[in-house]
Ligand binder design. Structure first.
Ligand SMILES: Cc1cc2nc3c(=O)[nH]c(=O)nc-3n(C[C@H](O)[C@H](O)[C@H](O)COP(=O)(O)O)c2cc1C
Length: 358
């Protein structure tokens, strides 16, 4: 059930498959006779330089993967100097994460039915010293994910016979989880009884709200979950500092286009200098390089970090980050582009993808 929660997507899961397939299809054309002795994968985004060009996408309920997963992500973010998206639906609190991770933590905001709840979350994030806010705009309502529905996955858990059998068949996970306590949503149950439920509508978040949020949030504002060029231009003009091109890893709307196909169009629309992040479907260091070559300034990765912790805990997470770093390092050498800052569309074989499409 937990694997299906992480791995699953909306509908027939076509969008999720397409995200990965379109990235796989993209080819980078190596240049030869380039001196690649000194390679660099440090990447600057919004005025800060990071140790590598990727970070952790905000993900809710990570602790279901393995007890303490959110803390593992926080420790890895500090160790590798990587941004960490802390979801509204996280199992670690806004304050604890800020203490552990410092300015590497970016708070991700969901706006539900109550603007007051959203404002409280913003106040807490501001007080805890967050400089970056990600506001996610591609969940007007939670996506229909058949694997979750089939398994009877709910938050908070309801344990019927089917779930009991599932847990009994996975004793290591179940016993560790029981010993540590079932993970709780650490941020959404507010004093006074107000809360944000996982299944509540999030349609309050409209252009007016975005403009108010821009007025209200003093730090960097990143709008996540955008696929359209016209939307991107309007978001830029509303004063957001960056856009994250994403279809939520295919978890929301099965008919969405592959995120990577929209990236070059959005880059063309918002101009060369406007900061763009990218996520959805990245599964390797070369995948990170492809997104950078097509116009992203930075890449977020979601599910792979959860798979790594599910398989090998904190050691598995570190192993994956090092593998991604290694793949980028040797990938830059193979491509004949020693610096990630220099990746651009000229490295992409213009075959299946409309690189310069407006
Ligand atoms: C288990 C899970 C929970 C997620 N929860 C959130 C969330 O709370 N907020 C959010 O903005 N995105 C959430 N996402 C989407 C990710 O931030 C990201 O867009 C997506 O995972 C990227 O695709 P990838 O998994 O193919 O890398 C979640 C994704 C997963 C897999």
């Amino acid at each position: 059930m937990i694997f299906d929660f992480i791995d699953g997507s909306a509908g027939e899961e076509q969008c999720c498959r397409l995200n990965i397939a379109k990235l796989d299809e993209l080819r980078l054309l190596p240049r030869v006779l380039v001196n690649v002795e000194g390679r660099n994968q440090k990447k600057t985004l919004l005025g800060r330089t990071w140790n590598q060009p990727f970070g952790v996408a905000p993900m809710g309920m990570c602790d279901l993967t393995w007890p303490g997963a959110d803390v593992m992500l926080a420790d890895a973010a500090r160790k590798y100097d990587m941004p960490l998206g802390l979801s509204t639906m996280a199992s670690s609190s806004i304050e604890v994460t800020a203490d552990r991770v410092g300015d590497r933590a970016w708070f991700q905001l969901y706006v539900g039915e109550s603007e007051t709840v959203a404002n409280r979350l913003l106040e807490r994030a501001e007080k805890a010293g967050y400089n970056h806010l990600i506001v996610t705009v591609d969940v007007p309502i939670i996506g229909a994910r058949p694997r979750e529905q089939r398994n009877g996955f709910r938050s908070p858990f309801r344990i019927g016979p089917r779930q009991f059998l599932d847990f009994a068949l996975h004793p290591r996970w179940s016993l560790t989880t029981l010993r540590r306590g079932l993970p709780k949503l650490a941020n959404v149950n507010l004093p006074g009884g107000e809360q944000l439920r996982r299944d509540e509508a999030r349609g309050l978040l409209d252009w007016d709200y975005l403009a108010r949020l821009r007025e209200r949030w003093p730090g960097k504002l990143i709008v996540k979950g955008v696929l359209g060029s016209e939307d991107s231009i309007r978001i830029r003009d509303t004063g957001a500092d960056a856009i994250c091109v994403s279809n939520h890893g295919g978890r929301q709307f099965d008919s969405s286009p592959a995120a990577i196909e929209m990236l070059p169009r959005i880059r063309a629309a918002v101009g060369a200098d406007y900061p763009l992040l990218f996520d959805s479907g990245v599964r390797s260091g070369e995948g990170v390089m492809k997104a950078l070559a097509l116009g992203a300034d930075f890449v977020l990765i979601g599910r792979p970090f959860l798979y790594a912790m599910g398989a090998g805990g904190y050691a598995g997470l570190c192993q994956l980050i090092e593998l991604l770093r290694y793949q980028i390092d040797i990938g830059l050498a193979q491509l004949g582009c020693p610096d990630v800052e220099d990746l651009d569309p000229s490295y992409v074989l213009k075959r299946s993808i409309a690189v310069n499409h407006p």
